[in-house]
Design a binder for this molecule. Structure first.
Ligand code: TRP
Length: 329
């Protein structure tokens, strides 16, 4: 059985893009693999979050993931900062991570541009912490999006370098993992490429039906096609892309036909789209509401997850300390 691991950003609530882009894959993966899913609260410190908000953010993410179908009986779900072994491994990896390569990382350069007043060392060594997350469980596969591929490549390099330096064959080189078909990229409703929190165009799994209707209604459209069977502009194609994941094939075909005959009424399309998004998200939203007020259950999940994660992480660190040369007196 393969070990699969992924880190989840602890900033903010989950949206449809997260759900179809990643989460649904996680849910399927947990049937066939030993899965570790953790909430990356240590990584979030690079942007100096308000201490009063930190726990709330972690809780929201935990609730969203459980509500959407991550099953703590099947997967190990834990909070990154509960597993201190990660931090220790991060330190060892940092000793073999070089300024040149770290400062050339795309995510570092982007963050340095976005927050020029806060180009801290944690930001620089973000890839080493991510490598520690992965290597601490000696994971085989990591489900990541395109934006994380470089980090995964660096993880492989750090693993190789550790092995070479100490003359061991200890860390495996993890590979990127997609479950089954291509990942669906959910576009924004504003005609932009991608649905995202920072893009301000997201529909959240916990949005109320009213909020969903309002957001869909605001989606960018035009006066409609005038030439039969014409190509759709991006912002219309985006609506169809979402329709294809939340609706039935019959519904999609119906609107495709209307489009092709230049008879489409965007008001109807939007009404249908909102309705189907609501149908898909309603059960998740109900669970979100239930779980949010069940602190006893959340504590149990977080504690048990951390315990299980620590067993695996402690075994790795015991070996690593020995390899590095630390001995007990
Ligand atoms: N960097 C990832 C992101 O921004 C989150 C993350 C942290 C992660 N550690 C990880 C993902 C380990 C996969 C494996 O989305």
């Amino acid at each position: 059985m393969d070990i699969v691991l992924s880190g989840i950003r602890s900033t903010g609530k989950l949206h449809l893009g997260n759900y179809y882009g990643a989460l649904r894959n996680f849910i399927r993966m947990q049937e066939e693999n030993r899965c570790y899913f953790f909430i990356a609260d240590l990584h979030s410190l690079t942007t100096h979050p308000d201490p009063k908000m930190l726990h709330e953010n972690v809780k929201n993410v935990l609730v969203d993931y459980l509500a959407a179908g991550i099953d703590p009986e099947k997967s190990v779900i834990y909070v990154q900062s509960d597993v201190k072994e990660t931090i220790e491994l991060y330190l060892y990896l940092n000793m073999h991570a070089y300024l040149g390569e770290l400062s050339k990382t795309a995510s570092f350069k982007e963050k340095a541009r976005k927050q020029p007043d806060n180009v801290n060392a944690g930001l620089l060594t973000y890839p080493a912490l991510m490598a520690a997350d992965i290597l601490v469980h000696r994971a085989d596969k990591v489900p990541v999006g395109k934006d994380q591929e470089q980090h995964l490549e660096m993880t492989r390099r750090f693993a190789r370098r550790f092995n070479n330096f100490y003359g061991v064959d200890y860390f495996k080189e993890p590979v990127a993992y997609n479950f089954g078909e291509e990942l669906v990229k959910i576009p924004g409703l504003d005609g932009s490429g991608k649905m995202g929190k920072s893009e301000g165009n997201a529909i959240y799994l916990s949005d109320t039906p009213k909020e969903i209707e309002k957001k869909v209604k605001r989606a960018l459209t035009d006066s409609g096609p005038t030439v039969p069977n014409s190509e759709k502009p991006d912002y219309i194609e985006n609506l169809f892309t979402i329709l294809r994941v939340v609706s039935t094939p019959e519904v999609v075909e119906h609107y495709e036909n209307l489009w092709n005959r230049c008879e489409i009424r965007y008001g109807d399309l939007k009404k249908q789209l909102a309705e189907d998004i609501i149908t898909v998200t309603a059960p998740i939203r109900e669970r979100v509401i239930e779980l949010s007020s069940d602190d006893t259950y959340l504590r149990k999940v977080a504690q048990e997850g951390a315990e299980k994660a620590r067993v695996s992480a402690a075994a790795t660190l015991k070996d690593v300390r020995e390899i590095v040369g630390f001995k007990r007196f």
